[in-house]
Design a binder for this molecule. Structure first.
Ligand code: ADP
Length: 624
């Protein structure tokens, strides 16, 4: 402002000052704008560029060609953007390629999987058919050989027939192994829960092998502890299979010395743990092979199959069966020093199940009940009836379901042996009709079928059959089944015959009247509907109990309970609740007993509903 001081005048010249200020401000403005253009704008563009990169947009920023540092920075930034976008495109291309490959692979896998599934189904179907085709003639062959051996034969002829029988038995064993293995693989092996005599079973297994062992000069011993029960609940067929596999191997791999079966049992809350040890003084198993002999198609020694035969399936099946029984299998052995196989299986306690009073003599000394054999094939008829006759059982033969129903009307039967595939009326339909009648609801029906696969067993059980025998029917298995069921029929009077008045009525009339009193027809319809589905649900409960599937038991029992509640069937509801409660705490023995009671209650309910339909007077009391 000194320039604005007029020295001549000696005072401050205002106009001069204002002019000077304007010039200074103008220059300042020009410098400011220049600075903004040169520095601030490019910096702002950088910032925007970076923000865009952050958001994934790779766009170059405008660069002033000023040839200074800012221009250099801007160009570098744009080059970087170019490279980034190039590599991004490259990554995208690779990604697309990869996705394309994954798509192709997935499609190829899906096609392969569909083909594998179809092949597996075809294999199962093929096995089922082959088994059917093979088992039916095998059934006739074995049965006829049995009958032939029962007759008068010259020593030489007997020898020849026995050789034929041995060959047929080996073929059958092989066939059974392959089928069992397929069944286990397909998850279709279901365990039975029926009363049987473990002592008798073990003794029979040893006895059955004694002849073969004697021929080799081997002594066979059977040592059963006093604690091994004479009655328990389980799957005698499969336990026999486990024991037979071990005993057969022991005899097969022993050249001299002895084979010993020792068994003991321990009773617990949940059942009986049966421990069976099969010991031999044979060739033994080298230590390094001990871990692999339970694998399928594995033999300890490559030369085994040449020397002793076998497929290497026996122990694999045995191990799976033992596991299914809630048990374990162990082996101790040394090469050249024999082997000891030890298995444990968990059995249900026979407890109050009158059916399992295994120590009782066979029915033939007791009784009057006969077996109804329903079978259309003449050869099979002759085989089964010859076996029944040989063991002292009375029987009647029917050729199809219709004849079976007619026979049941006329006679008093303790057991029905039911073929599945028959003309006129098949076994499944016949069983369903049997179950519709209250007086036959508890009549044991055992299926006999050459079908060993594709859910046949389930279909049989769902139709209301109690158990299942695969053809060709093994004599010991058939007799075991006949024996235990007939004993059950004699020991356990049908609930129908119990005096009705003593037990609480199946339907709480008061509750029913409150709920649907104004619609008696509706209530009756609901009751009938419930009864129609009840046998199927009971079968499902039994299957779940057999599998020891407590979750399924709770679910199924829950469904029965709710349905029973809707029709005020208080007793059924109570049984179902008890099943669910016992299943929840894993008390399978209790579950078995409760299922038995549930069946009885269903029969009573069915009688009651039938009585209502025919106008029979009600026995219910109001305070029920
Ligand atoms: P397979 O007897 O049909 O060959 P297994 O699965 O029953 O098949 O047995 C597998 C293998 O385990 C046998 O081949 C044999 O090498 C061995 N093994 C089984 N039991 C005995 C035994 N008691 N003594 C010696 N080796 C045995």
């Amino acid at each position: 402002m000194a320039l604005a001081h007029d020295a001549a005048m000696g005072r401050f010249d205002f106009w001069k000052g204002a002019l000077l200020t304007a010039v200074v401000a103008g220059v300042g403005l020009i410098i400011g704008r220049f600075t903004v253009r040169l520095l601030v704008r490019p910096l702002e563009q950088f910032r925007e560029g970076l923000a865009a990169v952050r958001e994934g947009r790779l766009t170059p920023i405008p660069v002033n060609r000023t040839s200074d540092e800012m221009a250099f920075l801007g160009e570098s930034f744009n080059r970087m953007i170019e490279q980034l976008s190039a590599s991004q495109q490259e990554v995208r291309r690779h990604q697309e390629l990869l996705e394309q490959r994954i798509r192709e692979r997935t499609e190829a896998l899906e096609v392969a999987m569909k083909r594998a599934l179809a092949a597996s189904e075809a294999k199962s179907e093929f096995l089922a058919n082959v088994s059917h085709e093979l088992r039916t003639p095998m059934s006739g062959l074995l049965g006829m050989l049995d009958i032939l051996l029962d007759g008068d034969l010259r020593a030489e002829q007997r020898d020849q027939v026995e050789t034929a029988q041995n060959c047929a038995n080996s073929l059958l064993a092989l066939l059974n192994d392959i089928l069992d293995h397929s069944k286990i693989e397909a998850g279709k092996m279901i365990l039975e829960q029926i009363p049987f005599d473990p002592r008798g079973l073990l003794e029979e297994c040893v006895k059955a092998l004694a002849g073969q062992a004697r021929k080799k000069g081997i002594e066979v011993r059977c040592e059963l502890g006093d604690d091994v029960p004479a009655s328990a609940v389980g799957d005698p067929l499969r336990i026999r299979q486990i024991v037979n596999n071990l005993l057969n191997n022991a005899v097969k791999f022993t050249e001299r010395g002895w084979v010993r079966l020792a068994a003991s049992a321990q009773a617990g809350d949940d059942g009986v743990t049966l421990t069976i040890a099969v010991e031999d003084t044979g060739v033994g198993i080298p230590e390094e092979k001990l871990g692999t002999i339970f694998e399928k198609f594995t033999q300890a020694d490559g030369s085994t199959s040449r020397r002793y035969g076998g497929t290497g399936l026996g122990l694999a099946i045995t191990q799976r069966l033992v596991t299914m029984h809630g048990g374990r299998i162990e082996v101790e052995s040394e090469a050249g020093r024999g082997a000891t196989f030890r298995v444990t299986v968990l059995l249900g306690k026979a407890g109050s199940t009158a059916a399992a009073q295994g120590a009782e003599p066979r029915l033939r000394s007791q009784g009057s009940l006969q077996v109804l054999v329903v079978e259309d094939n003449l050869v099979n008829q002759r085989v089964i009836t010859a076996l029944l006759k040989k063991n002292g059982y009375a029987f009647t033969v029917a050729c199809n379901g219709v004849e079976a129903l007619a026979a049941l009307e006329q006679g008093e039967f303790g057991l029905v042996l039911m073929d599945v595939q028959m003309p006129v009326m098949d076994g499944l339909e016949a069983t369903r009709r049997i179950r519709q009648r209250a007086r036959w609801r508890h009549l044991p029906v055992v299926a006999m079928t050459a079908h060993a696969m594709t859910g046949d067993r389930d279909r049989c059980l769902q139709s209301g059959m109690n158990a299942y025998l695969a053809k060709p029917v093994n004599a010991a298995q058939l007799m075991g089944m006949v024996d235990s069921y007939l004993r059950m029929s004699t020991a356990q009077p049908l609930p129908l015959r119990e005096p009705k008045a003593k037990a609480p009525t199946p339907i709480n009339e008061k509750l029913a009247a409150q709920r649907l009193g104004s619609h008696p027809a509706l209530l009756q319809g609901m009751q009938q509907l419930f009864l129609e589905f009840a046998p199927e649900q009971v079968q499902r409960l039994k299957l779940a109990a057999g599998r020891r599937d407590t979750g399924a038991l709770e679910r199924e029992a829950g469904q029965v309970r709710t349905a029973a509640e809707h029709i005020s069937a208080t007793q059924v509801e109570k049984c179902a609740s008890e099943i669910a409660a016992a299943a929840a705490v894993g008390r399978l023995e209790q579950v078995q007993a409760d299922i038995g009671r549930l069946e009885q209650e269903l029969t009573r309910l069915s009688d009651r509903v039938a009585g209502q339909a025919t106008g029979e007077p009600s026995t219910a009391t109001a305070g029920d």
